[in-house]
Design a binder for this molecule. Structure first.
Ligand code: NAD
Ligand code: MG
Length: 393
């Protein structure tokens, strides 16, 4: 039987790369594509659904239903819209689901997929940051597998094949440093959304690109590493590596370090998760080491990137702190993109939200239910909105 595939966030950067690989590996003749989901880009979603002969296409927005319906007229592809329809798409039996919605919105479909025991290829790092223990417990209960797709975590996962986690002494994830790695720190407060939206090495969605400039992306990834691999936070480090060729390094107790090296192309990590446990030919560039010549590393400075310091606090506190951190970060990012606050104020907003909510001991409780996580997410967004209003005056 053909492998049944669903993609959440098919029209985004990770989603398009997933569609590209599926197409190269035989598309509708090799795979049974169940559901594809997207946002407002219904023309592209319809195109993908036709090409891959999906059973259903779902847009997250109810007001996009008619356009999607029209775009798929005569195709035989079912159409649905809205958050409820999105969650229901995860109930359709599938063998492999790509979770590539951006933000905490990716959590519910991913959880639903795991409840059915489906293998979840997880690009949506926010799921692990907001509800790591819940996600892993659900996967364990259902015998479902979570395959990391974030490049650093795919790299760690690959370095650990055949190893015992007890033998790991430390994990190092690399950061390009983002758009402003060479800017004077004083200039950062005047950085614009346009300037923050260009990445030196990777082509990605806008939100993660800005998060790379602020290092909130790396902050999320440090937490993601702790949650997914169950490593003590003191053993996890981030280092700036401007070339983005080494994605992560795993140091073992005998002093050996395994590094994962490859071009900055997400199709490697996506393809690895798609074909796991096999390896297949992938259309990524092959590195010419002599031409590269040298690899550079610099400290990931917490004065330049306070998000990294906040990540340490979140990892130490645990519980629902990750859900609050991520939601505050998303709200601060929205405010920055809307020019309500400056670039460096994003970290100030997040820190203020954490300070405000940490007075409430509930935050350190383990996330025992999805409802608790969503409630914390909501509280943090409210707190962030209030703090943003205060800064604007
Ligand atoms: P993107 O913005 O390019 O695409 C996001 C997708 O999610 C789109 O299909 C969009 O329509 C959909 N979407 C957005 N908001 C939604 C909502 N509220 N409800 C339902 N659908 C919604 O994002 P991306 O860069 O592809 O990133 C996707 C995820 O993968 C993020 O969690 C990101 O951190 C992670 N990731 C991305 C990369 C990368 O190279 N782009 C690398 C590692 C991890
Ligand atoms: Mg990454």
């Amino acid at each position: 039987m053909a492998r049944r595939i669903t993609i959440f966030g098919a029209t985004g950067s990770i989603g398009e790369n997933t569609v590209d690989l599926l197409t190269r590996q035989g598309g509708a003749t090799e795979y049974d594509v169940v559901a594809l989901t997207g946002g407002r880009n219904v023309a592209r979603l319809a195109e993908q659904a036709r090409a891959l002969r999906a059973d259903i296409a779902v847009t997250a927005h109810e007001d996009c239903y008619d356009d999607l319906k029209a775009a798929l007229a005569g195709s035989g592809v079912e159409v649905a819209a809205g958050p409820q329809a999105l969650a229901e798409a995860a109930d359709r039996p599938a063998d492999w689901i790509m979770s590539a919605i951006v933000g905490a919105a990716g959590l519910v479909p991913g959880m639903r997929a795991l409840r059915h025991g489906t293998t979840l290829a997880l690009a949506n790092k926010e799921s692990l940051v907001t509800a790591g223990p819940l996600l892993l417990a659900t996967a364990a209960q259902q015998g479902a597998r979570i395959l990391p797709v974030d490049s650093e975590h795919s790299a760690i996962f690959q370095a650990l094949v055949g190893e015992e986690i007890e033998a790991v002494e430390r994990i190092v994830i690399t950061a390009s440093g983002g758009a402003f790695r060479d800017w004077p720190i004083e200039a950062l407060k005047n950085a614009t959304p346009e300037q923050a939206s260009s990445h030196p090495n990777w082509a990605m969605g806008q939100r993660i690109t800005v998060d790379s400039a602020s290092m909130f992306n790396k902050a999320l990834e440090l937490i993601e590493t702790k949650e997914y691999f169950g490593i003590d936070p003191d053993r996890i480090e981030a280092v700036v590596h401007p070339e983005s060729l080494i994605h992560a390094l795993v140091g073992f107790r005998d002093g050996a370090i395994m590094a994962h090296v490859g071009p900055p192309d997400m199709r490697h990590a996506i393809g690895y998760a798609l074909n796991w446990p096999d390896r297949r030919d992938l259309p990524v560039a092959r590195l010419d080491l002599v031409q590269i010549g040298q690899l550079n590393f610099r400290p990931a400075c917490e004065a330049r990137w306070p998000a990294l310091r906040l990540a340490r606090e979140v990892m130490r506190a645990g519980g629902l702190t990750g859900a609050a951190f991520n939601a505050a970060k998303e709200a601060a990012l929205d405010a920055f993109l809307a020019r309500q606050i400056g670039f460096t104020q994003m970290a100030e907003v997040v820190e203020a939200v954490l300070d405000q909510l940490s007075g409430d001991s509930v935050l350190t409780n383990s996330p025992e239910s999805l409802e608790k996580v969503l409630e914390t997410d909501h509280l943090a967004r409210q707190a962030a909105a209030e703090i943003v209003r205060g800064l604007e005056q």
